[in-house]
Ligand binder design. Structure first.
Ligand code: DGT
Ligand code: CA
Ligand code: CA
Length: 527
């Protein structure tokens, strides 16, 4: 999400709350809230839009446009500044107490001079609220309960809120920084029901630019600590977020360490000690000479300890380490299969409703380190077309990477290799591979290579397209759309294919339905 949009969302949200306190009519307050949300979720940067473009954002009218323009030009909104002067700083928080709407907030302010949560709590405990006309003893009691709940809850937030915040932060960092890996760790990765603070882990060769980008995000209220490898901030919603940058080589060890839980870590470390090893966030080492055994991936670290990879959701020291040692660790439920089948059912219904159209059910599979893909062949055969792509292990040697891709290409159920080089423009270099060998395998097996249309991927890139076309590879120009608006990206994919001199005959998705189905069936014959 563009940073400016996030800033404007924050300011309009604050404006809405201040208006509530000063007794503005609720319709107007709602209008600000709605505009704030639309702008925050809008994909185009406000700074790059003209007036017409800004007015095209849902819920943004002429008045709002004026305020946004003022902010873009001057960095402030003077009416909001005026409101801030009128309303004491702590008043906004009062509205978070259940049962305390703007009317009551104004009452306690006018009659008792209450301007923040601490003063409200003190007044309620001293039974001063019940004497205010319009409040009474019952309201006082329920407010007191509300305050206690709120203060207790403030320290831990619900997992969905934490996940949403973490996703947004990861999206912001992905837009602004270069790194190898990023993930949330801690209790959020373990999916505890409430989260104390968010822990974000990044693998990169240089920590400083990432720390800087993190500390200067629009959502930051306070930078609590900023060191060489760890920065702690508090967001404007009062959420604490720790960011740690680790070397790429130690990614797995750091992920184990910072995912925890602490009790799980202690158990795992005991196993290391018994084997004469030392486990830290930097890796698993021989205790004697300090030589390294494993660190790159979680699987490698667990494996070197004689354990299978333990799903983060089980890492609570509730017997999972013992079970893993004994080989009795259950594979926990994963609902994705059911979700896929559910989706297929929906498509069948749609197909019935639109008999003239043919709906195909496809899926993008992940290519594992060894070239295998998700699910078993029987399950995969239920799809009409399958794409498989690399999403991890970007730094394998050219030999390993080529063997991995060819293994996926040779899978009779895989029809397209998605974004074959894995590059992210400006953020991640392409994987090392023998592209000639990959092309040869694609031709031999009847597998297409994708031209991914996302502007930050464009993968295959133009010169690889030309190489593939000359070799005789079939291409598939895809949007990789995750939302309807991404469909527009197709123009970049087509342009990339054109720059590589691809013709209609080279591109799978220009063909008639029957030809596509034949393309899939021909390969499946070898299953
Ligand atoms: P939270 O934030 O209260 O919901 O819970 P966690 O588990 O996210 O805890 P947090 O944020 O304090 O630390 C993140 C992870 O870092 C934790 O799960 C395990 C690891 N960790 C932190 N401190 C220690 C420690 O003193 N020893 C060990 N072994 N691990 C630690
Ligand atoms: Ca945490
Ligand atoms: Ca933490």
């Amino acid at each position: 999400m563009p940073k400016t949009n996030e800033e404007v969302e924050e300011l309009l949200g604050e404006w809405a709350e201040l208006q509530q306190i000063t007794g503005r009519d609720p319709y107007r307050v709602r209008a600000y809230e709605k505009a704030a949300r639309s702008i925050g979720g809008y994909s185009k940067d406000l700074r790059e839009l003209d007036d017409k473009g800004i007015l095209a954002i849902p819920n943004v009218g002429k008045n709002m446009l004026g305020r946004i323009r003022e902010y873009l030009d001057t960095g402030t909104m003077h009416e909001l500044e005026d409101l801030r002067e009128m309303v004491p700083a702590g008043m906004r928080e009062l509205l978070r107490i259940p049962g305390l709407g703007p009317k009551k907030a104004i009452l306690v302010y006018e009659q008792l001079g209450v301007t923040n949560l601490a003063e409200l709590a003190a007044a309620a405990e001293a039974n001063k609220l019940r004497d205010i006309k319009g409040l009474g003893a019952k309201t006082e009691e329920s407010l007191l309960r509300g305050i206690r709940n709120y203060t207790a809850q403030e320290e831990r937030i619900m997992v969905d809120q934490a996940l949403q915040a973490a996703d947004r932060i990861i999206a912001t960092l992905s837009e602004t920084c270069t790194f190898d890996e990023i993930a949330y760790a801690g209790s959020l990765r373990r999916m505890r029901e409430t989260i104390g603070d968010i822990d974000i882990l990044v693998a990169a060769s240089e920590a400083e630019p990432i720390m800087d980008a993190f500390a200067s995000m629009a959502r930051v209220r306070e930078v609590k600590a900023k060191g060489a490898t760890k920065t702690t901030i508090v967001t404007r919603q009062g959420l604490q977020v720790d960011l740690r940058v680790v070397p790429y080589e130690a990614w797995g060890a750091a992920l184990v360490y910072f995912t925890g839980s602490k009790a799980h870590n202690i158990k795992v470390r005991e196993i290391a000690v018994k084997k004469g090893l030392k486990l830290s966030e930097y890796g698993l080492f021989h205790a004697k000479d300090g030589s390294i055994i494993a660190a790159r991936t979680e699987e490698e670290v667990y494996e070197a300890l004689g354990l299978p990879w333990i799903p983060p959701t089980m890492r609570e020291d509730r017997g999972e380490v013992e079970a893993a040692l004994a080989g009795t660790l259950p594979t926990p439920v994963d609902m994705t299969r059911d979700a896929v089948l559910e989706q297929r059912k929906k498509l069948k219904t749609l197909q019935k409703r639109y008999p003239k159209m043919t709906i195909l059910h496809g899926c993008e599979l992940n290519i594992a380190k060894d070239g295998t893909v998700d699910y078993d062949p029987e399950f995969l055969a239920g799809f009409d077309v399958l794409v498989a792509s690399v999403h991890s292990y970007f730094r394998l040697s050219a030999e390993e990477q080529t063997a991995r891709l060819i293994a996926a290409i040779e899978n009779p159920l895989v029809n397209v290799i998605g974004h074959p080089s894995g590059r992210m423009i400006g953020r991640r270099p392409p994987i090392d591979m023998d592209f000639g060998a990959v092309c040869a395998a694609a031709i031999r097996t009847g597998t297409a290579l994708e031209v991914n249309s996302f502007p930050d991927r464009l993968d295959l890139r133009d010169d690889h397209v030309r190489w593939a076309v000359e070799a005789g590879v079939t291409l598939s120009v895809d949007t990789d759309a995750h939302a309807p608006k991404h469909m527009d990206n197709i123009r970049f994919g087509i342009a990339t294919a054109q720059r590589g001199w691809a013709t209609k005959a080279d591109v799978l998705n220009t063909r008639a339905l029957k030809q596509l189905q034949e393309f899939v069936a021909r390969k499946r014959k070898h299953a």
